[in-house]
Design a protein around this ligand. Structure first.
Ligand SMILES: Cc1cc2nc3c(=O)[nH]c(=O)nc-3n(C[C@H](O)[C@H](O)[C@H](O)COP(=O)(O)OP(=O)(O)OC[C@H]3O[C@@H](n4cnc5c(N)ncnc54)[C@H](O)[C@@H]3O)c2cc1C
Length: 541
């Protein structure tokens, strides 16, 4: 067992879980957090935690097994075999069900399966229609006491409602209070759900452990090293010695690292993750001799978005009826309802489609709005929305070929009326129809004509979501590796600061949080009980 306090850098989900795992096994931990709030990108997230062959699905009578989960991951992760770490993938797949069970057993979370949410790649071998996305049962904010005010709350999900509620009216309209919550005296007064709720659950359990201290507003600025080993950290004026676990997430708000990993300039990139995700962990690790891994930009989970307030916004609106994405030539070029295809095609090095634009009509404006603008509202200036009475005029304003845009829209409208998009398969991904589409729209929840003036458009940006894919090179147990592939003593990486070599170029929603919680479990084990086999954790709570 580590005699020194474990130092965790970052109080997002993976950092909190690591500290909890350490404390539950008799150790102690200090968590340094750069921001004034707890939760990181995890608290902004959808709280979808992907776990193959998990006990919650089993509890709910859903059939799955590790062989199918592995087949699914292999099937979607084959593009660039050189960035898939076979051993790390197997470690994650095999340990994640056990870790998931552990976190529930120790009272860090009460899991539930997100109903009816299918794996992204429904065509892949081993894909499931439902069962691998977990999230928390509603937790009441009162469980956090005075820490409730220090919890980051997501502006991107209707925190307080549940996935089941949301699927009735659709994600977009639930955000504008279009669901009937009903009156239930027994219901929590401060219900927390989605990623905010997942973090709140872990935080509530962390707060019960005397051996964990959380220091807010104290970024770690340096790793202390001796003879090639990490011996502690510096956070401003403070120095602390002990093994270090980096849990700082990605490089979203560092333009240099964005350029290095994604080859995108600020005019085409922003982030919906908190602005304390500045690539610190990657720079700290590099400073201590760590290697990094670059996952091809074409498979990084970045989403179409826009400027909002002094940050960025995104939402399912691009995937809703009466909208398309085109390039400057006025052409559609991808399944523009599905970020996986949008990223792959827009950033294809052989044929990049930047800049790219969202085009929609008055029906979309009236029914859905965009970002913080509710249905029928005025778009905020900073979003850069253009408006015109014809598509040709709109195209001229945006710098798009107008004649081609009209042809593209006319062709798309025929497909929209038929409810099928033979050109690019918009509407063929079950996950998108369920998570992003308008369930009240037929014949397809994601296809609708762009026909009613005025027409609207904006130049899109890709926005990061604190996943990033590229990052610190760590093995399947979270040990940070140097350029020779050797572990750097006393240095670990959990969560999204560690490159997603576990799944290479294959991504499915929930991999980030699912792997984060698995690495937290493994690293906490290693730091507290190196001789104990992880397959048989002894639970102390
Ligand atoms: C809108 C949105 C929706 C998402 N939905 C999902 C989803 O449903 N499922 C999923 O799997 N993923 C989702 N993600 C991605 C996921 O939230 C992140 O990948 C995940 O939160 C990363 O977890 P983490 O623990 O590594 O880091 P985070 O939760 O981001 O926490 C990192 C923390 O480190 C702190 N930090 C940074 N630098 C320092 C420093 N130098 N010193 C001290 N602290 C520091 C940060 O302030 C932050 O609090 C979503 C993200 C967003 C933004």
């Amino acid at each position: 067992m580590a005699s020194e306090r474990v130092i965790v850098v970052g109080a997002g989900l993976s950092g909190l879980a690591t500290a909890l795992g350490v404390a539950l096994r008799g150790g102690s931990a200090t968590v340094y957090e750069a921001a004034d709030l707890v939760g990181g990108a995890a608290a902004y997230s959808g709280g979808q935690v992907w776990v193959g062959a998990n006990h919650v699905a089993e509890r709910e009578g859903i059939d799955d097994d590790l062989e199918r989960a592995e087949r699914y991951v292999r099937d979607i992760a084959h593009d660039h075999p050189e960035v898939l770490d076979e051993a790390a993938m197997l470690r994650w797949l095999h340990v994640s069900p056990e870790a998931t069970r552990y976190w529930e057993k120790v009272g860090a979370i009460r899991w539930t399966v997100i109903p009816g949410l299918a794996d992204y790649h429904n065509e892949a071998g081993g894909a499931l229609e439902e069962g691998r996305y977990l999230t928390n049962e509603v937790i009441d904010g009162s469980a956090l006491g005075e820490w409730r005010g220090k919890l980051r709350v997501s502006p991107f999900f209707p925190v307080g409602t549940t996935y089941a509620d949301m699927f009735v009216k659709g994600r977009r309209l639930t955000g504008f209070g279009v669901t009937d919550a009903g009156e239930d005296e027994a219901a929590p007064k401060d219900p927390l759900t989605f990623g905010t709720g997942v973090v709140a659950s872990f935080l509530a359990r962390v707060l019960q452990e005397k051996n964990i201290e959380i220091k807010l507003g104290q970024p770690v600025t340096e790793l202390l090293t001796e003879d090639g080993a990490v011996v502690g950290v510096r956070a401003g004026d403070v120095e602390q010695r002990g093994p270090v676990v980096l849990a700082t997430s990605t490089y979203d708000w560092d333009p240099e690292l964005v350029r290095e990993f994604l080859d995108l300039e600020p005019e085409d990139f922003g982030s919906v993750a908190p602005n304390s995700l500045r690539g610190d962990g990657i720079r700290l690790a590099r400073g201590a001799g760590a290697a990094t891994v670059t996952i091809p930009a074409t498979s990084v989970p970045i989403l179409p978005g826009w400027r909002a307030g002094d940050g960025y916004g995104y939402g399912p609106e691009y995937a809703m009826p009466h909208a398309i994405i085109v390039d400057a030539a006025g052409n559609r070029y991808c399944d523009d309802s599905y970020w996986v295809d949008i990223v792959a095609k827009t950033l294809d090095p052989a044929n990049r489609h930047l800049p790219f634009f969202l085009i929609w009509d008055e029906q979309h404006h009236a029914k859905y709005g965009l970002g913080e603008t509710g249905p029928g509202g005025e778009y905020a200036d900073e979003m850069g929305v253009k408006r015109a009475s014809t598509l040709a005029e709109l195209a001229a304003e945006l710098g798009i070929d107008g004649e081609q845009l009209e042809r593209t829209a006319a062709r798309f409208n025929g497909h929209a009326r038929a409810g099928e998009d033979p050109d690019f398969g918009r509407g063929t991904v079950t996950y998108v129809r369920r998570f992003a589409g308008d369930p009240s729209h037929s014949p397809s929840p994601v296809l609708g004509e762009i026909a009613k003036a005025p027409f609207f458009g904006l130049r899109l940006k890709f926005v990061g979501t604190g996943i990033g894919s590229s990052g610190i090179h760590a093995d399947g147990d979270g040990r940070v590796l140097n350029n020779d592939g050797e572990p750097i003593p006393n240095l670990y990486a959990v969560g999204s600061c560690a490159a997603l070599t576990t799944t290479g170029t294959g991504y499915n929603s929930g991999f980030a949080l699912g792997r984060g919680l698995t690495l937290a479990y493994l690293v906490a084990n290693e730091l507290t009980s190196t001789n104990r086999p992880v397959e048989n954790p002894s639970v102390t709570a």
